[in-house]
Design a protein around this ligand. Structure first.
Ligand code: TYM
Length: 338
């Protein structure tokens, strides 16, 4: 199938820190698995990352590292458009138009805004509040049909659908394609290794709570050895053992074995076994990605050529959508009237 007959799949990750195995299992890995059957668009959302203060040098480095990690994990840059959000200014342009068609009430209901703004003290950046609208713009610019994400982004895609449907009702029914989510059956919510009731997050100040895709084999082993579990001994998959459940989910998604199958294989074994074996499975998954990303990071010219090509492909498509939106809304577009 040629790429223009395939449906569009799009997703992105914030380079606000190094990527974690939560990002890999919940999202990136599924992009790689599904990419053959879709016309793919993957980018690093540096404009999302600045909703909280970033060190400019680190942000730049992490942005390139995110792109290198996409490629190292197996994204094909010859087929997919791979770029950095700020290289395609149409994302922010459409975001304004969508902001004018979004409601304070619906943005106020976003649980991620509630969580993140609670950590900001008195001065909450307005960008944290309008951030889901920029994400809607990312998605709607490309007539996206499928958005592969982890569980925590579901609410934002639902908002995207609401905005798209609302604007289709107002400005003509085929203005925007209404996207669907893909959420993996296992691993959509990998939990913190230090508090298995909270999501593993790349911005957690406690670096032992997350496994980063840049961690060394030793760091991975140490973090999993110290992963918080409960005081029991039996390895079962139930609500009272969120730490054990998390390790089982990590193993299950990386090996393809089902959780009941894993539980059965651990009958009579100790928590220590589970931690040790999970660590080896994670090392096997992370090491090749880390090593390949290291190599790619030392070839900035190659990364820039991929990004340049990806951004050019994306811009042509984004401008086409924006022109449609300007025309329908009675706005004079940069290209002039229709
Ligand atoms: P971000 O950068 O927080 O996370 C990137 C992807 O990783 C998933 N994820 C997880 N999955 C399982 N367990 C976890 N602990 C875990 N932590 C993160 C997220 O669900 C996500 O799929 N706003 C988005 C980025 C974004 C985007 C987009 C995504 C911007 N524009 C357009 C899709 C389409 C974000 O902050 O993801």
């Amino acid at each position: 199938m040629s790429s223009n007959q395939k449906k569009v799949m799009l997703s992105a990750i914030q380079p606000s820190s190094q990527l974690t195995i939560g990002n890999y299992i919940g999202a990136l890995r599924n992009w790689v698995k599904l990419q053959e059957n879709y016309d793919c668009i993957f980018f690093a959302v540096n404009l999302h990352a600045i909703t909280v203060r970033q060190d400019p040098k680190m942000l730049l480095e992490q942005t390139y590292r995110a792109i290198a990690t996409y490629l190292a994990a197996g994204i094909h840059p010859e087929d997919a458009a791979v770029f950095i959000q700020s290289q395609v200014p149409e994302h922010t342009e459409l975001a304004w138009i969508l902001t004018c068609n979004s409601y304070m009430g619906e943005l106020n209901r976003m649980t991620q805004f509630k969580d993140k703004s609670a950590k900001q003290g008195a001065n909450i950046p307005a960008g944290l509040f309008t951030y889901p609208v920029l994400m809607a713009s990312d998605i709607l610019l490309y007539d996206t049909e499928l958005v592969p994400i982890g569980h925590d982004q579901k609410q934002h895609v639902e908002l995207t659908r609401d905005i798209a449907i609302r604007m289709n009702n107002t400005y003509g029914k085929d203005l925007f394609k209404v996207p669907e989510v893909y959420i993996p059956p296992v691993g959509a919510r990998i939990m913190s290794l230090q508090d298995p009731t909270a999501k593993m997050s790349k911005s957690d100040p406690d670096v032992s709570s997350a496994i980063y895709l840049t961690d060394t084999d030793d760091q991975i082993r140490k973090k999993l050895k110290r992963a918080v579990t409960d005081s029991g001994t039996e390895i079962t998959d139930d609500d009272t053992k969120p730490g054990i459940r998390n390790l089982l989910a990590i193993q299950s998604s990386l090996t393809g074995k089902s959780i009941p199958e894993l539980v059965l294989s651990y009958a009579g074994k100790q928590y220590g076994h589970l931690k040790l074996e999970t660590a080896e499975i994670v090392v096997q998954a992370v090491a090749p990605i880390r090593n390949r990303a290291d190599e790619l990071m030392s070839d900035r010219a190659y990364l820039d050529s991929v990004l340049q090509r990806g951004a050019e492909k994306a811009r042509v498509r984004a401008q086409r959508t924006l022109k449609r939106v300007y025309d329908r809304m009675g706005l004079v577009s940069p290209q002039g009237r229709a």
